[in-house]
Design a protein around this ligand. Structure first.
Ligand code: C2E
Ligand code: MG
Ligand code: MG
Ligand code: MG
Length: 287
């Protein structure tokens, strides 16, 4: 009886697995057409200076509007694209689109682009980035690349050399989701990062967990001694922002400061706010 149940459960499990695999295969096929059919889009999320509130840059975040399933989050389709190699054309499209968009902005804000470990393993990234900067005319210092620890762990020496060549172009490098990997401190010691992006899990608990607050403090102190600015991810409330201000955090990003949105929408909004707070002369903003 128990055995029959187990067999039944295993069958059920296998059937569910099959369905999951099939669904993923379908999704991966759909993703193949997504670039050509214009279903992919970049949203931008503002990054601001904590002490002054000034805009520092925008992070480009990939969006996929599936024809029948609607919006699919990157957490779902990026792992698929990494498995089947689609991340290479996809990642190149993201870089190209973000750089050419940023080159068209009126203000010289930075644009931050996320890179996958697979791009490091299978493309000549420094060459590609160099080409894209030349093609789009974006000043190298306006491009920031966000990488995670997974990229570094994959092949330390190789990654180090690639990052060195990218930095030689004048492009900056940020370590994303900092504090969640298992060798964060060693990573900081060995790599010449230009920014530390503190994972948003610490922010979400800063008011309830003394431990989370202690870690934020420690990372800010670390950034200060290493002369690396720290950006706090996932800032959702005013009280979180005032804690960051009191603790001396450099930059912030999160729903409080702005949700990711098409740049056109963000631009219209920023202009209205700047006019309202008279940060720019009205005439210039209207023109
Ligand atoms: P990430 O690079 O850490 O990006 C930040 C994520 O946090 C974004 O999720 C953003 O929408 C979300 N976020 C921002 N502020 C808040 C907040 O205040 N509260 C909360 N709860 N969330 C906030 P998104 O757009 O879903 O992207 C998820 C991840 O997918 C990214 O994490 C990044 O690792 C990856 N990703 C997105 N676009 C690309 C891309 O073009 N290439 C690659 N390789 N990965 C990408
Ligand atoms: Mg990022
Ligand atoms: Mg992050
Ligand atoms: Mg993340």
């Amino acid at each position: 009886r128990a055995k029959a149940n187990i067999t039944q459960n295993v069958c059920f499990y296998e059937q569910a697995m099959d369905e999951a695999v099939r669904a993923n295969r379908t999704l991966a096929n759909d993703l193949r057409d997504a670039v050509e059919n214009g279903q992919l889009d970049l949203h931008y999320q503002v990054q601001t200076s904590v002490p002054t509130g000034d805009i520092r840059g925008y992070e480009a975040l990939l969006r996929w509007k599936h024809p029948t399933r609607g919006n699919i989050p990157p957490a779902e389709f990026i792992p698929l694209a990494e498995e089947n190699g689609l991340i290479l054309p996809l990642g190149e499209w993201v870089l190209r689109t973000a750089c050419s968009k940023a080159a068209s902005w009126d203000h010289p804000y930075k644009v931050a682009v996320n890179l996958s470990p697979v791009q490091f393993a299978h493309t000549d990234l420094p060459k590609l980035i160099h080409e894209i900067l030349l093609d789009t005319g974006l000043k190298p210092s306006r491009l920031e690349l966000e990488i995670t620890e997974t990229t570094i762990i994959a092949d330390k020496i190789r990654t180090f050399n690639i990052l060195r060549r990218i930095k030689a172009l004048g492009v900056t490098i940020a370590i994303d989701d900092f504090g969640t990997g298992y060798s964060s401190l060693e990573t900081l010691r060995a790599f010449p990062f230009d920014k530390i992006k503190l994972d948003r899990s610490f922010m979400s608990e800063v008011e309830t967990s003394p431990q989370a607050k202690a870690i934020i403090r420690a990372v800010l102190a670390l950034g200060q001694s290493l002369h690396i600015p720290v950006l706090a991810e996932g800032v959702e409330t005013h009280s979180q922002l005032s804690i960051l201000r009191a603790e001396g955090c450099n930059e912030a990003q999160g729903f409080l400061l702005g949700r990711p949105a098409p740049f056109g929408e963000i631009f219209a909004l920023t202009q209205r706010e700047e006019v309202a707070s008279a940060k720019v002369p009205v005439r210039q903003a209207v023109a």
